[in-house]
Design a protein around this ligand. Structure first.
Ligand code: GLU
Length: 265
């Protein structure tokens, strides 16, 4: 069944896919290896068909906490940054193992807000991304949490994913979250909330979700997702927002058996 989501995936050649920490972690706060393996199998199938992928993966903090549990209560900034330094290695190790059976090498790119504001750095980032993907290596981007303090952080990976999609001139951005998509009101407050299949007007979408009395439905918040959509759409790049935790999520979206929200230019 072709719908706007399956159509977007079918037509896109260059796809940026972002995972939130909640999608990657299991109920015990550990990186969910079987989820990573299941995703890698589906991603490998897309790559075999000639599509190019770039991942934006959160989860450094979650992975750090499950490795250094005794630091859980440390509030000191340097401990938080140290935690991400530990967790980033765990996270990439997990992704590396997930893609290994498919013969796909991964590459880590850690970025900060400053990187996107500097023309020389953006050019270098772009060239590195193009080179990696041309060589059939899978780039995995995260914020460089160990060097970014609050004031200079991008802060959320929805924005980082949107900026990366623009930088790489992607054809499609997919945000995997722990909500099924955009609702007309907060589904946690209103049982009759309805999933919106397509959004063409972000301003109208923003206005209508306020009717629900809240504009933060998920952990990352719907606000950063709408901002991300607005940013990529202004460059003509469509976006899909969908629940990342559903079974064989990439395939289900491609086949039209899983719903989500398509943001269309
Ligand atoms: N960079 C953070 C991490 O890897 C996540 C930020 C976000 O989830 O938006 O833990």
């Amino acid at each position: 069944m072709e719908n706007s989501i399956s159509g977007l995936i079918a037509r896109a050649r260059k796809i940026v896919i972002k995972f939130g920490s909640n999608t990657l972690a299991d109920g015990n706060g550990r990186i969910n290896l079987s989820f990573l393996e299941e995703f890698a199998a589906q991603a490998a199938a897309l790559i075999r068909e000639g599509k190019q992928l770039v991942l934006v993966s959160s989860g450094a903090q979650v992975a750090g906490l499950s490795t250094m549990g005794k630091w859980a209560r440390k509030q000191d900034l340097h401990y938080k940054q140290a935690l991400c330094a530990v967790g980033q290695v765990e996270l990439m190790g997990a992704w590396g193992r997930a893609f290994e059976p498919w013969g796909i090498h991964i590459a880590q790119i850690l970025l900060t807000r400053d990187d996107f504001g500097d023309p020389i750095r953006t050019l270098n980032m772009r060239n590195t991304l193009f080179t990696l993907v041309d060589e059939r290596i899978l780039p995995i981007i995260n914020e460089n949490d160990s060097v970014s303090v609050e004031e200079i952080k991008i802060g959320d990976n929805d924005t980082l994913a949107a900026q990366s999609a623009v930088l790489w001139s992607a054809d499609l951005l997919v945000l995997f979250s722990d909500i099924d998509g955009l609702y007309n009101k907060n589904p946690k407050e209103f049982p009759d909330a309805e999933l919106v299949d397509e959004v063409r007007d972000i301003t109208a979408a923003r206005a209508s979700i306020r009717i629900g009395g809240s504009n933060s439905f998920g952990t990352g918040g719907i606000a950063t997702k709408l901002d991300a959509a607005e940013q990529v759409l202004s460059y003509g790049i469509p976006m899909i927002l969908a629940h990342g935790g559903r079974p064989r999520v990439l395939e289900a979206l491609r086949e039209g058996t899983q719903r989500g929200t398509a943001f269309l230019a």
